[in-house]
Design a protein around this ligand. Sequence first.
Ligand code: TRP
Length: 337
Amino acid sequence: MGKKRILSGMRPTDKLHLGNYEGALKNWVALQDEYEIFAMIADWHVLTTEHLGIPNLNDLIREVTIDYLAAGLDPKKCTIFVQSDVKEHAELHLLFSMITPTPWLIRNPTVKEQARDLGLIEKDEEITSINYGLLGYPVLQAADILIYKADAVPVGEDQVPHIELTRQIARRFNYLYRKEVFPEPEALLTKVARLPGLDGKKMSKSQGNVIYLSDSPNDIREKIKTMFTDPLKVYRTDPGDPEVRGCPAFAYHKIYNTSETEQIEADCKQAKLGCVDCKQLLAERLVEALRPIRDKRTEIKREPWLVDEALRKGTKKAKKIARDTMNEVRDVMGLRH
Ligand code: TRP
């Protein structure tokens, strides 16, 4: 029995930030010995929300690849590739679109929320007015996953409806064409401490509250200085309550400074520790915690062929499997090769 296979991916809308790392990438790295990992860069998926594309998409694809490698994905163990380099995903997406009832898509809560966030629909409006590509986002995602016959997909809560749809499409395909071509992949829910952005809201490029894996020590120090803290602790002499009042800096201490967390909470509550000092301490811990990733990044930037090599190898392997699956799919559907 070989290793089970995992596929996951991220949209290269930006360089990767701490939220991407803690919420996903770190987990992929931890799983790479136990599973055969396919780590994709979902560039076509970017167009579902930014159909004019983003001007520096190619640079971003490269930066995200470097982030994958710097975070510890080992190209000897896992398959790193760009979605649009394996055109078979598009063919499978097309064929899946023939057997996917629109109601399955219209009720997808994650797509609905995306459309709402982008201001494409009103709060309670149905998603009938969005582009077909965004409506079909999870169908393309199903093709991404099923073309490799992945057993599992590590994702956060918001992606669960997409994995459920993937399972439904797999089931329907196997039933309609009378052959067990696709396994039903499982969602591997990533349990993570919520990592807020600098302002305590969800970390996201559009909010400008992001810490990047590629930030320099001084970027990190400057950003942490601006971080929100317990809103009721205005002066050093005000006692804080970081846990109860959701202090973002404290949330970070709990991840990056575990050994001092207890002391920090006690000192904050007793007004012995001010927010400026607390954040300075945090910044140094964070600079330390991200050092291995930063060093690896520098190393890779000095040897850029490492990136090309990883992608070349990854694409070759992904293509081979995707081609085999498509041959099987065309056979059972009675289509030409
Ligand atoms: N929708 C995923 C996200 O927003 C990105 C993605 C595209 C993906 N295709 C995938 C994730 C396949 C897992 C599997 O993060």
